[in-house]
Write a protein that binds this ligand. Sequence first.
Ligand SMILES: Nc1ncnc2c1ncn2[C@@H]1O[C@H](COP(=O)(O)OP(=O)(O)OP(=O)(O)O)[C@@H](O)[C@H]1O
Ligand SMILES: [Mg+2]
Length: 220
Amino acid sequence: MEVIEARDIWKSYGSNCVLRGLNLSVREGDVVGIVGRSGTGKTTLIKILGLLEAPDSGSIKILGRDVNGLSEHEASRLRLNLIGIIPQSFNLIPHLTVIENVELPLYLRGVGKTYRRARALELLRRFDLQHLASRYPHELSGGEQQRVLAIRAFINKPKLVLADEPTAYLDVDNAIVIYKMFEELVSESNSAVIITATNYDEILISCRKYLLGSGSLKEF
Ligand SMILES: Nc1ncnc2c1ncn2[C@@H]1O[C@H](COP(=O)(O)OP(=O)(O)OP(=O)(O)O)[C@@H](O)[C@H]1O
Ligand SMILES: [Mg+2]
């Protein structure tokens, strides 16, 4: 089953044509790595696939459903139910504790507190982060913050997780931990993850790797 299929995606900012007929198809169970130098359009692509920004032209299907021209309301519902996004900059809410941050997507879906807490704790425990539950984001290391972000992205059991340079500021050991988490969460929930990086060496495990250059993807 195709989780997401992007066809002939074009996107410009003014005269800067960033994506030029890009194609990408991701299936359940895929861990896809996208490498591109700074400014090649990785974040632009993540935003378009995450329905945060519309392409100028081209089509996007999520689970076979055409999502072109959805209203902002419909797009945010789809995002909440099907997509987990790990933005490029750390994005934990500073005045919420770790466990409150992890629960946030469930809270936004109206899930009750008891279940929310239990599911967040279960995930934190699975990845040995339960001791961080009541800390605030500024009390975590960069690697710990990225792990909490990864858990939060998966807490709703999304079909697709989009991780924009999740290992950019991490050493290799911490980067491997993040990749192993992605692999495990993807295989158990039959979802898919797309991970971007600026370097080939940062893509540590993935079933398919692409280079983003001149506005399109080439497998390598
Ligand atoms: N909102 C915007 N308005 C105008 N130009 C933009 C906007 N967002 C991105 N750009 C431009 O589009 C190009 C691609 O940007 P993007 O953020 O997608 O690159 P990136 O590959 O994620 O880079 P990095 O590795 O530095 O994060 C850049 O030239 C950038 O300046
Ligand atoms: Mg970027």
